[in-house]
Each structure stands twice: as C-alpha cells, then as structure tokens.
Design a protein around this ligand. Sequence first.
Ligand code: PAF
Length: 291
Amino acid sequence: MRVQLTIFNSSMEVFKTVKSLQQKLSSIGQGKSVGLVPTMGALHEGHLSIVRRAKKENDFVVVSIFVNPTQFNNKEDLINYPNTLIPDLKALELLQCDFVFTPSVKEVYQQDPNTENFDFEGLDEVMEGKFRTNHFNGVATIVKKLFLITNPDKAYFGEKDFQQLLIIKKMVAQEKLPIEIVPCEIFREKDGLAMSSRNVRLTAEQRTAAPEIYRTLLKSKKLFQNQDLVSIKNFVKNEFIQNKELELEYFEIADTEVLISSNEIKPNKKYQAFIAVFAGQVRLIDNIALN
Ligand code: PAF
C-alpha cells in the first residue's frame, strides 16, 4: 500500500508494504544512490539531522519507521515506546524526505516472528547485550531485513547506540552486504542530555536530573588523563549513589573497537566510556570517547 502525503504539497511517499516500496525503488533508475535511515519513530532533532545528511549524500532517502518488537527485552518498554507517527511524517515531509517505510509487524516478520541468531564474536556479550537478553539479535534481524528490502548504498546509525553501530558493522561484514554504514555523531540538548526518543517519558524532576549523565561522562574523560580506570569507575558509582532521580545500571570503559572492558589502560588503544542509567522506568544510555 502506498500513501501520497499532501500535508505540505510535497512529493514524499509513504509505503506500508515491502512490495510497493520495492516497486518504487526499482523505478528510480539505475545509478541513483539510496540512503537508508532506520528509525523506530518518535523522531527528534538528532534523527532529523541524520536525514538532512542522508539527503546531501544520496539521490534518494528512505526513512523507515518501525518499532521492532524483537529487540525489546522488556514488554513494558515496548508498550510505552512513544508513537508520534503523524508529527514524524510532517517533520520528514518538511525535510523533503523521498520515501518513508512504515510497515506493520506482520508485514515485516510474516509468519516467523523469531530473531535470527548471529555470532557477533563477543561484541554482544557486554553492556547492552549483558543487560538486555537477545536485544542485539533482534536489532540485527530487523536491520538485515530492512537492508534486504531497500538495498541501500549507505545506511545511517547514531553513535549514541555505539555498541549497536559496531554490531551492525559486524553483521554487514559477515553477510557481505555491499552497504556503507555511516556513523552519525550524538546530538545533545543544550544542557548536554543525549537526544533520545525516550526523553519525552521523563518527568520534570527526572529531566532536570538527566544532564548529570553527560556531566559524569565529561568528568570521567578528564579523570582518564591521570587516574587509573578503577578509580574512575568508583568515582562514577559514587556520583550516582547520591542521586535521587537516577540509578546507575552500568558504567564501563572499553576498547573502542572490540568493546572488551578493561581495568588497565594500554598504550596505542582507543577507549570509550559507556553508561546506562534508569530514571524511574526510563532507561537512558550515553557514551564518550576518552582519548
Ligand atoms: O536505533 C534504533 O532506533 C533501532 O535499534 C533500529 C536501528 C532502528 C532498529 O530497530
């Protein structure tokens, strides 16, 4: 099914079925490049900046909006995931996005609602993977499906989900898909809070407290210059013990390429700090390059 939007008199087209999207993509002409921006909707300025970039770098841009059930380890989180389809479509239309893909769960998964089992060579065993069972198999399953449906030249992913980005790169290499994965820097609110679709679920008190997450990352980056990793980790733990609104789930310092967490700084290695924090039921993540 194809829907032509006329909200702003633009030519953005919205597709609900794989067949109609593929028909369209096969009609755009050979040699035209396609950029894919996969999203779960509830679009914020971070997403929109990625779409603007994709527009500059490709002849056509497809944005997918699909809340993928197989990557949610927590049912409540899935149920409460914000759905803002109409404003999302309006925002995309203003950017003159070419195609939007908003399939149903049935359309994407057909008769098989299961995840594929990938071997991410350990990348999925730490941090998000450790705390969210099967999450990355769910992510890679949907992203692979979206890649096979749209066959893009480039696909864009935010660095806020840094571990997801590495996992997608690994999947693309293993599956030998000819797609360039483009990492996009984290977009932040003025007070430093990383933009996330989940931020709208924060209460006023939680929203006021939340910038502490980035402030702690900045402090740990500073400490990284002259302190050992155990002291930095202890510092972060203590910062959150005193916080009434935010509960630390994990803070890790890991090798930027293989995500092996470390208690010791090795020369010539790049390190990244990763954090996950609960504000009530809302789970927020962030990360920062340390060197
Ligand atoms: O980062 C996200 O929003 C999702 O994990 C993605 C990549 C769209 C897959 O559902």
